[in-house]
Design a protein around this ligand. Structure first.
Ligand code: XIL
Length: 364
């Protein structure tokens, strides 16, 4: 009897032990490391504001709707919000006679509530276009009408709420020639002038940008871009600035002198320059993850220092902010870890490097 009681007791203890320590159960996700609380007083945005520069991040809808920590860090650290995809033609204008503004409206509402600016990107791009547009057999006149209506509907709706637009995105090939797009093919190169003019009509106070990748350092593409934007200015086309996307990888350090010279010549034209889609992947780097993060931090540091050295450089925007959500992971399937916060929202060395630059460097 005594033995049986002892056995039963032992079984109960064992079962309790198993439950408490998860023995035999399906493994659950590791408990997320606690994210470090950072006070608003020393956030990136508060430091950036004292330097008169916009600090921003691209925002994806899935985490925006479903991850409270994502929204919290976004509002705490950044004063500029860029919808990562929601402004693209395909999502905003899914049928010829139907727009879906619902997601951008939510983002704009959030930005307002947190005293953030909204940057719009892009109005004209060859990518992320809906089938009705790509596959439609339109005449030149029809395409002119489609582009004009799209730009004016979108810019008009957010008049006074979107401070800057990438009006034309990635219109140039690497060799500097104009990219073959439906706009170029059916309208001709003047689609670029027209897009800027229509955007300006719809919101005369919004700042209008041409944006591209691989245009940050002196080179064939940036030379062609320089000639193009100088031409726009000469013709009186309302362009205010140039966006440098600046997608970088470790192992290919930015050549800062070539970057500076490029910004300088754009500044001389009277244009603003904004870093619009920064990220720095670590896959091509060397050493441990820790060493790569340090090198990544150094690269972010030098890019921000370069921006702050120019009056014309008005924004520093990363393409996302946490390694948990980055477009590059889905592109390569690897942990590219290109951003300022790790997957658990802990600030990385890159984050501290930017803060350090914002709080110490003179200039501007
Ligand atoms: C990317 C988004 O980040 C992805 O989620 C999407 O699948 C494709 O577009 N240049 C641009 C951005 O101008 O709009 C692109 O964004 C990245 C490259």
């Amino acid at each position: 009897m005594k033995h049986r009681l002892f056995l039963a007791l032992a079984i109960v203890v064992l079962v309790l032990f198993a439950i408490a320590f998860g023995v035999g159960s399906t493994p659950s996700a590791p408990t997320p490391a606690p994210s470090v609380e950072i006070s608003t007083a020393t956030s990136l945005r508060s430091l950036a504001e004292t330097r008169g520069i916009s600090i921003g991040a691209a925002v994806e809808l899935e985490p925006f709707y479903n991850d409270a920590r994502y929204r919290q860090v976004l509002a705490r650290e950044f004063n500029t919000l860029v919808p990562e995809n929601a402004f693209k033609f395909q999502f905003l204008h899914p049928n010829r006679d139907r727009y879906d503004f619902s997601h951008v409206d939510r983002l704009v509402e959030f930005a307002k509530a947190h005293k953030m600016q909204v940057r719009g990107s892009p109005l004209v791009w060859h990518y992320a276009q809906p089938d009705w547009l790509n596959q439609g057999q339109f005449t030149r006149e029809e395409l002119l009408g489609i582009l004009r209506t799209h730009i004016q509907e979108v810019v008009g709706r957010y008049r006074g709420q979107v401070f800057a637009w990438d009006v034309v995105n990635e219109a140039l090939n690497r060799d500097g020639s104009l990219r073959d797009t439906i706009w170029l093919r059916h309208i001709g190169p003047e689609y670029i002038d027209l897009a800027f003019r229509w955007a300006h009509e719809a919101d005369p106070n919004a700042r209008l940008f041409y944006s591209d990748y691989g245009n940050d350092e002196l080179g064939r593409k940036s030379n062609a871009m320089y000639t193009m934007v100088a031409g726009l200015l000469q013709r009186g086309v309302p362009i205010d600035g140039v966006g440098l996307q600046t997608h970088k990888r470790l192992g290919y350090a930015p050549r800062l002198n070539l970057l500076s010279e490029n910004i300088q010549r754009l500044e001389k034209l009277g244009l603003e320059v904004q870093f619009t889609e920064l990220d720095i992947t670590i896959q091509d780097g060397t050493g441990s993850q820790e060493q790569r993060f340090m090198e990544q931090a150094q690269t972010y540091r030098s890019l921000l220092q370069t921006c702050l050295a120019f009056r014309s450089c008005t924004a520093f925007i990363t393409w996302g902010f946490t390694d948990r959500y980055t477009w590059l992971g889905s592109l390569t399937g690897q942990l590219e870890a290109p951003l300022l916060f790790d997957e658990s929202y802990r600030p990385k060395p890159a984050y501290y490097a930017l803060k350090d630059v914002l709080s110490s460097q003179s200039g501007k």
